[in-house]
Design a protein around this ligand. Structure first.
Ligand code: XMP
Length: 326
């Protein structure tokens, strides 16, 4: 609509004035905030923006491909795609503590990003998809808990050691405004209305030590779950179960259980499905998904993902359980 059109024109003007003819880099994660920031800044300054997309090997199925298709393909933005999965998985080898895994993933992300940023010698600005609630949170307005339950490492958080000026065009916007802006900028609604995905990605959805083959099994199971949630419409509301849940995903359990397939015995891994409804992610209820949906997801995963022979549904609310399993 024209109100959003005016907003975009104004924001574009402001970015152009701020940046002048200088170059900007941005860490593109594929999440809503960095994607909308990238689309807006690209609209303003085109090739003066270079996006750096770090693939840590812990993304969901086809996620890297989708980000590249959208930003490099459709928007014609400059995107450097860094496949750093070997580096991340290498450093995660032998590590099973959740907080330690978060720290390693965060540290490697900064390392990879800094290395890439150094190649772009002309960059004077670091753009970030900081939104208003992030500003409030880091300003200490929210009371900080004495004990950290989870460090909630976000791979978007880069240090100032890069020596760059900060460009944060979404600083005044709430999440729903960011989404509207994204759609107005031409990003697909499916991208803009996605469930949140944690910075450490599948790294905290594979319990214990992260292994490449675990990640591959999990990616396929998770994609089936999400596909069925998107395709199953609740008749009462007319909405998909994806839209009716706040966050949904599969979790990989590195334990084996016995099953039977054909005349044979199987001894394979377990996947847990998690789907929650929440307004603030501080508390959450497990979603009462229809049995028919759970049944279909379970049988598809077991039939299509060789290596998984058991699917469970997580019926724990937050608190006392957290949304993620790690
Ligand atoms: P929990 O599991 O604490 O999660 O109930 C609440 C919300 O935070 C997300 N989450 C993270 N996001 N880095 C992130 O960027 C993290 O390390 C992290 N850990 C949890 C989680 O997905 C949920 O939306």
């Amino acid at each position: 609509d024209w109100i959003m059109g005016d907003y975009i024109a104004e924001a574009v003007q402001k970015i152009r004035e701020q940046v002048g003819s200088e170059e900007v880099i941005l860490g593109l994660s594929g999440g809503v905030d960095s994607s909308v920031a990238a689309a807006l800044i690209h609209r303003a300054i085109g090739d003066q923006l270079t996006c750096v997309f770090v693939d840590h090997g812990l993304l969901r199925l086809d996620e890297g491909k989708q980000v590249m298709e959208m930003f490099a393909g459709k928007l014609h933005a400059r995107v450097v795609h860094v496949d750093a999965s070997e580096q991340f998985l290498g450093h995660l080898q032998g590590i099973s503590d959740p907080e330690q895994k978060r720290k390693i993933i965060g540290r490697e992300f900064v390392e990879v990003f800094q290395r890439e940023a150094k190649q772009l010698v002309n960059a004077k600005w670091l753009a970030q998809g900081t939104i208003y609630p992030d500003v409030v949170e880091s300003g200490g307005t929210k009371t900080k808990k004495a004990t950290t339950i989870k460090s909630h490492h976000n791979v978007g958080g880069l240090p100032e050691t890069l020596g760059l000026k900060l460009l944060e065009p979404l600083r005044e916007l709430f999440k729903d405004e960011v989404r509207e802006l994204g759609v107005a900028l031409g990003l697909p609604p499916a991208m803009v209305y996605r469930h949140p995905f944690p910075g450490p990605g599948l790294g905290v959805r594979i319990l214990g030590e992260v292994k490449k083959d675990y990640a591959e099994l999990l990616r396929r199971a998770d994609a089936i779950f999400i596909e069925e949630l998107r395709n199953t419409i609740d008749p009462a509301s007319g909405k998909s179960w994806y839209a009716l849940t706040s966050q949904a995903f599969a979790v990989f359990l590195p334990v084996k259980s016995v099953g039977v397939m054909g005349d044979g015995r199987t001894y394979d891994y377990v996947v847990a499905l998690r789907a929650v409804q929440t307004s603030d992610f501080m508390t959450a209820d497990w979603a009462e998904l229809p049995y028919a949906l759970l049944k279909k997801v379970s049988s598809r995963i077991i039939n299509e993902v060789r290596g998984i022979n058991r699917v469970t549904y997580d019926v724990s609310s937050k608190p006392p359980a957290t949304i993620e399993w790690e």
